[in-house]
Design a protein around this ligand. Sequence first.
Ligand code: GLY
Ligand code: MN
Ligand code: MN
Length: 441
Amino acid sequence: MNYNHQHYRARRAQLISEMRRQTGGGIAAIPTSPEAVRNADTHYPYRPDSHFYYLSGFPEPEAVAVLLAGHDEGDSKQILFCRDKNAEREIWDGFRYGPDAAREIFGFDEAYPIAELSAKLADWTCDRPALYTPLGLYPAWDDTITKTLNEVRNRVRTGVAAPEAVVDARTQLSAMRLVKDPHELKLIRRAAEISSGAHRRAMARARPGWHEYQVEAELTHEFLRLGAQAVAYPSIVASGPNACVLHYRENNRQMQGNDLLLIDAGCEFHGYASDITRTFPVGGKFSGPQKAVYELVLAAQLACIDVVKPGRAFHDYHHVAERVLAQGLIDLSLCQGSLDAVLESGAYKQFYMHRAGHWLGLDVHDVGLYRVHGESHRLEPGMVLTVEPGCYIRPGEKVPEEFWDLGVRIEDDVLVTAEGNENLTAGTPKTVAEVEAACER
Ligand code: GLY
Ligand code: MN
Ligand code: MN
């Protein structure tokens, strides 16, 4: 982990400026996520809250970042509350930073034990114009905020003022997180690189007779071997008809030599997600109908990537995906009528029913608005999004049998740059020739 805390200090300072601009200052309190019980006394692997982690880089549970924004520039403070050192607990559960080390390493002005949070939060909320915090996210945190505000209101008789505004801090944080800084891009690039290698490994090793979970194991092997901490979302390893289930989860079918295998898998690297889909023939060579559908999705995907550039609307590439796929479906006799008619009626949605992509960052479906005042968000350098058209053909009366049960999706992670875009997952085989070569054994 790179503990160069300047990135985090800068993000906290940016939120403080934003608070000053919107409400003339205030207090922000951003909690991390609670630990989650899996069963009995076993917990899920701990994952910090994305907003909190974005502001702090601090990995432990039971922590809250507090920002004080005075009215004047320079009148601000960055404070962390976290668990105390605890010799006994550290023997059982491992290292804890404790407030002193955490302050130093994560670049806070002050740090206190989490047990002191409620008293200090109430004191510091007095006479502030606004309280910025996530609301309706963690029930226990909502309770803390309610108690804090009631405590402050109880003191009104003594002459203090309660905040006039309680603002959901996720609005400001989401807008900030939408445009990635260089430190974030470094981590996203590494996540993309590791996931790309995992897809190459899957292509090289998957074979007829294997079960889907064996391929999942190959992906996980490569993620962890290269230092990723987790999957960014459960890997989808969908062979044959399962490729037509968009969020397929079972991963337990035995693969056949004439199957296509759709893998949608990406690791999380120091909090940052990658999200790649590739589809390849389990037997190593595409059949005619498989190739026809694959080439269509590939053409759509390349056309989509072409329109990812600064100034374009987020939804532009979605419309490109619809047009290219609709025309291709007409050419394959899967849809009937003119392009305009098929687009107008939405007949293509029988085979392509999702959007062509989403923002990507600390969350796989990352924060950030898709529309601003009703208008599609304009793309800016530093935004990262996925481009992932697909085509899913289930058996049906009017569907030529040669296409039954074919599911193809191709997904890359794309950075908007000043000049246009950069495909961060370009190292993953994608053309028919590249994919077949990667599947060779
Ligand atoms: N893996 C989830 C998605 O592609 O959106
Ligand atoms: Mn995906
Ligand atoms: Mn995706």
